[in-house]
Design a protein around this ligand. Sequence first.
Ligand SMILES: NC(=O)c1ccc[n+]([C@@H]2O[C@H](COP(=O)([O-])OP(=O)(O)OC[C@H]3O[C@@H](n4cnc5c(N)ncnc54)[C@H](OP(=O)(O)O)[C@@H]3O)[C@@H](O)[C@H]2O)c1
Length: 282
Amino acid sequence: MTTNVTQLLPLPVQELPLHGLYLSHDVRRLAAARRRPLVYANFVASLDGRIAVPGPTGSGLAVPGQIANPRDWRLFQELAVQADVVISSGRYLRDYASGHAQEILRVHDDPRFADLAAWRGQQGLAPQPDMAIISASLDFPIPSALLAGGRRVMIFTTEQANRQRVRELEASAGQVILVGEASVAGDRLLQALAGLGYRAIYSAAGPKVLHLLLAAGVLDRLYLTLASRLLGGDPFSTIVEGPLLTPAVDMRLHTAYFDSAGLDGLGQLFLSYDRPPPESRL
Ligand SMILES: NC(=O)c1ccc[n+]([C@@H]2O[C@H](COP(=O)([O-])OP(=O)(O)OC[C@H]3O[C@@H](n4cnc5c(N)ncnc54)[C@H](OP(=O)(O)O)[C@@H]3O)[C@@H](O)[C@H]2O)c1
């Protein structure tokens, strides 16, 4: 199996190793060169736009097994390893507690990613990025494993959150930060994260969190793997869910790679999109 992918954009077309592909995007350098933090998100989707379908346990949705694949997972890890903080959701912590979710950054416990663990060490970064959990319900436990090694776990919720639950979480896990009335507001979330000193912010959450980031205009880059399979089925999730985005959010193709070896030779596209700067968004 080839270890390369074909870069289609920017030109010229060239072959590049899969390993190091997204590390070379150097989001930390991009983030350091800006006035406000860089927020980036990542999804793997089927050709019919599905990112989650009913999971094997029958309860809730999960990333479809037909499109999850090791080459995309490698790039997911390359993006996560560059983060100061990873955004996830209450749903993730519920899945974690029930044994249906794993650590997001796997570079320390999966030997395939040992080079990425070393890379993080060389940058002088803590072994794990901190975690920002988005939740309205606060209906989850904080697994003690997530607090190991001094990792900071912050919960971003709303003014309507149950105060008793807020106190319990503060006592067990750390900070609970109110950043919205009935719904977490993306601009207030970003302001709070910037105030805490975070620069490279990676959203590994799903479609509702992507919506709040887009609605507030704070998503800078979208990584999208398009797996060459159609799944159909109902119910399902796509990359963004929520009210119509008005105005629509424009994105500009930044890089495109064809991974011919992906999905057992079926192939997949690794795409990344940037939000154009305000002056060119007319
Ligand atoms: N294929 C992929 O690349 C990919 C990527 C990410 C996720 N997924 C899948 O997509 C599905 C959904 O993932 P997800 O649940 O993490 O995504 P999500 O829909 O973004 O987040 C859902 C949870 O986040 C909280 N939340 C979201 N928006 C909020 C707001 N505006 N205010 C307050 N809280 C808010 C809520 O937590 P509470 O319920 O605790 O209030 C909600 O249940 C999962 O099956 C996941 O595996 C797939």
